[in-house]
Ligand binder design. Structure first.
Ligand code: NDP
Length: 293
């Protein structure tokens, strides 16, 4: 495998250690404990795993973790009332509502009811607008993690051709905004893109956020390109067991790419690390303190 492996797991551990250091300083020098509230409605198994993992890592970083698990039938007004309470709570610096919400709840309405200053997922319409206009905002965790790994690997991204496959509000679009902010020439591809293979072959940086197992083969990758695989897909493995794969075919892409993130152990661990970092940032901003870099 000629490609360099971008080790998201190790990188995320370094980010979490920096977060923990900052949390210690906030506590010792200012008597502050950054707090993250996570709201889960219903019992979606994947969401339960994410919420558990978020709570555990929040506590390990020395921060306060507030979990609110609500019944699947919770009404919109009850959920909005909880969010209003969390918005007003000075011990809560970050609020995350685990998506997807049950179908009877309006996700946009719920997300936009979070105080933008506490919106550590960066999905509130104000934060989306701030990011799009290059202003200080809360940046969505998954694309932020991707950007951090790219900057770490390349230094400057200026002038590079970046192709983002996927245009979702939570990954593809904010990823494209961040790459544009770092002066890449950005193409956003999606299910209607013509000649996707050719588009991908033009990428110095190829970000796959599609949700289709191993869709991108090695011959879509420009030799030496950096491949960031956001996809998390569970597929049938050997002996009836399941395994996780990304949106790129790792084996063939790693033969051609200059650098590549694995699945698991690439983008995934960075997402929660960035969530913790965003919570510390929110705490610092709320208290008029210098933010971590
Ligand atoms: P969405 O389903 O919201 O978006 C998928 C995007 O891929 C859409 O824009 C869609 O295009 C595009 N697409 C679908 N099929 C094709 C195709 N054949 N060719 C080109 N484009 C296509 O997914 P998300 O953005 O939420 O997530 C993407 C992946 O990232 C998933 O595997 C998800 O599990 C993973 N993920 C990982 C995270 C992490 O922490 N590592 C966090 C969040 C997501 P169109 O808009 O035209 O339909």
């Amino acid at each position: 495998m000629p490609a360099t492996l971008i080790d998201g797991k190790a990188f995320a551990a370094r980010v979490r250690a920096k977060v923990a250091d900052h949390v210690t300083r906030l506590r010792e020098e200012h008597g502050l404990v950054p707090g993250l509230a996570v709201v889960l409605v219903g019992e979606d198994p994947a969401s339960q795993v994410y919420v558990r993992s978020k709570g555990k890592q929040t506590a390990e970083a020395g921060m306060a973790s507030f979990e609110h698990k609500l019944d699947v039938k919770t009404s919109e007004s009850d959920l909005l009332a909880l969010i209003a309470k969390l918005n007003a709570d000075p011990e809560v610096h970050g609020i995350l509502v685990q998506l997807p919400l049950p179908a009877h709840l309006d996700s946009d309405l719920v997300i936009n009811s979070i105080d933008p200053a506490k919106d550590v997922d960066g999905f509130h319409i104000s934060n989306v607008g701030l990011l799009g206009t290059g202003q200080k905002s809360m940046v969505p965790c998954t694309p932020l993690g991707c950007l951090m790994m790219l900057r770490d690997h390349h230094g400057s991204l200026s002038g590079m051709n970046a192709v983002v496959v996927g245009r979702s509000n939570i990954v593809g679009k904010p990823m494209a905004q961040l790459l544009l902010g770092d002066s890449c020439t950005v193409t956003i591809a999606h299910s209607r893109t013509r000649n996707l293979a050719e588009v991908c072959r033009g990428a110095d940086i190829l970000v796959a956020a599609v949700g289709r197992p191993e869709m991108i083969p090695g011959d879509w990758v420009k030799p030496g390109a950096t491949v960031i695989d956001v996809g998390i897909n569970r597929v049938e493995g050997a002996e009836g067991k399941t395994r996780l794969v990304g949106d790129v075919d790792f084996a063939s892409c790693a033969e051609v790419a200059g650098a590549i993130t694995p699945v698991p152990g690439g983008v995934g661990p960075m997402t929660i690390a960035c969530l913790l970092a965003n919570t510390v940032t929110a705490c610092c901003r709320a208290n008029g303190l210098t933010e971590p870099e």
